[in-house]
Design a protein around this ligand. Structure first.
Ligand code: WCA
Ligand code: AKG
Ligand code: FE2
Length: 361
């Protein structure tokens, strides 16, 4: 526990100054021992409530120990079509690597605010490294109870120069040891789309850029009034998500219904979810599903998503193979960086991002 900070926050501009400008984040607020949630974190009622949590439903847990098995491949593709989410166990990423990256995440967020603020949008020497809080505070009606560090990978050399030393090696190791899993999943998913060979161009389109975030959700004084992360779908091809044992990630059960399924923490498991880019490239066959994270009143929570993406300069649209049998394209070609900028420039609004790429007639 960090030492109590003796400061009084009298109004909302004091809070913004403390959290955003000084770099204390919501972690700083939490550790001050505030007794009630500052008003800018109070979410509209419809964003807080989950009318129906489906305790009997669960997303599939897939044992990857038999990599080459047709049944394993089928479960992966079925899960990507039906749920857009699944968990994998015996995935080949060493458990020590997962443990180390979780510890390194605590290491980063445990740094003094004055250290972390060096990586903020205003102070960071590169757009590829960003420490922040909430999602896009400038445009959100209500803020989210989350601090993050986002790292866009360019090269080991750049990471050595720019990434925080306290977590750099562990994050790079996690990214590198997930590569086999990512490539295998994509190979299997592509096969069902009649893409039998992932050549260099496709490999780059599917995995050409990688961004890893480390997320910190501190204990919240009024968890029922706010969210950790609001409803969104990821804009990635796919996301490899490591969560700790606290829980709080919920996935939309049925489109258009307020029905949510918890993703229970499983020791050693990794969560995989399909992102918008793969929904678009598969012409809607694989689903990028809305998800959200609740705030927690008694435990700090961390998570570490690796977003595997096209490159910013890539045009993305339905793959020709998905349209070969005469299927009508439902998405147009869009420049991936335009898509991502569209996502980051607005507040979280559920599945609406993908409309940006929809063909409207
Ligand atoms: C468009 C990018 C992200 C930035 O390009 P840029 O040339 O450096 O452009 P800008 O620096 O002008 O950034 C465009 C806008 O996006 C914002 N942005 C730029 N990265 C960021 C950033 N990590 N964070 C939050 N704003 C940012 C940035 O602040 C800026 O907003 P604004 O200043 O209002 O114009 C470009 O690097 C790119 O296309 N990257 C492709 C790979 C990529 O990053 N894909 C995103 C995967 S992330 C994902 O799936 C989900 C993330 C997520 C995250 C949080 C959640 O709560 C939920 C989900
Ligand atoms: O913290 C989590 O479990 C999920 C976070 C998330 O959805 C994201 O960063 O895109
Ligand atoms: Fe997400």
């Amino acid at each position: 526990m960090a030492p109590a900070i003796s400061i009084s926050l009298n109004d909302s501009s004091d809070v913004t100054d403390f959290v955003i400008k000084q770099g204390h984040g919501v972690k700083g607020l939490s550790e001050m021992g505030i007794k009630s949630l500052p008003e800018q974190y109070i979410q509209p009622l419809e964003e807080r409530l989950m009318t129906r949590i489906e305790p009997q439903e669960s997303i599939p847990v897939i044992d990857m120990s038999k990599w080459g098995d047709a049944q394993v491949a089928n479960s992966i593709c079925d899960a990507a079509e039906k749920w857009g989410f699944f968990q994998v166990v015996n995935h080949g990423v060493p458990l020590q690597v997962l443990d180390d990256v979780k510890k390194a995440t605590y290491g980063f967020f445990g740094l003094p605010a004055a250290e972390k603020i060096k990586y903020s949008k205003e102070n960071s020497s590169s757009n590829n490294v960003r420490f922040g809080t909430s999602f896009t505070p400038q445009v959100e009606k209500a803020l989210e109870w989350k601090d993050y560090l986002s790292l866009f990978y360019v090269s080991d050399e750049e990471a050595a120069a720019l990434w925080p030393p306290v977590c750099k090696d562990q994050i790079l190791e996690y990214m590198k040891s997930s590569k086999f899993l990512i490539d295998h999943l994509l190979q299997v998913l592509m096969k069902r789309l009649n893409v039998n060979q992932i050549d260099e161009t496709k490999q780059s389109l599917l995995t050409g850029s990688v961004r890893t975030n480390i997320n910190y959700y501190p204990i919240c004084p009024n968890p029922e009034l706010t969210v950790g992360v609001g409803r969104h779908s990821d804009v990635s091809t796919l996301t490899v998500l490591l969560q700790d044992n606290v829980g709080g990630l919920y996935v939309r059960g049925k489109e258009g219904e307020d029905s949510w399924i918890h993703v229970p923490p499983i020791n050693g498991a990794i969560v995989i979810n399909i992102g918008d880019a793969l929904q678009i490239m598969s012409n809607g066959r694989y689903r990028s599903v809305e998800h959200r994270v609740t705030a927690n009143g008694s435990s700090n929570r961390i998570s570490v998503p690796i977003f595997v993406n096209p490159r910013p300069q890539d045009m993305i649209g339905p793959l020709p193979e998905t349209l070969a049998n005469g299927e009508k394209p439902i998405y147009k070609q869009v420049l991936y960086s335009d898509y991502v900028k569209h996502f980051f420039r607005k507040a979280h609004d559920g599945k609406n991002t993908v409309d940006f790429a929809k063909i409207t007639t």
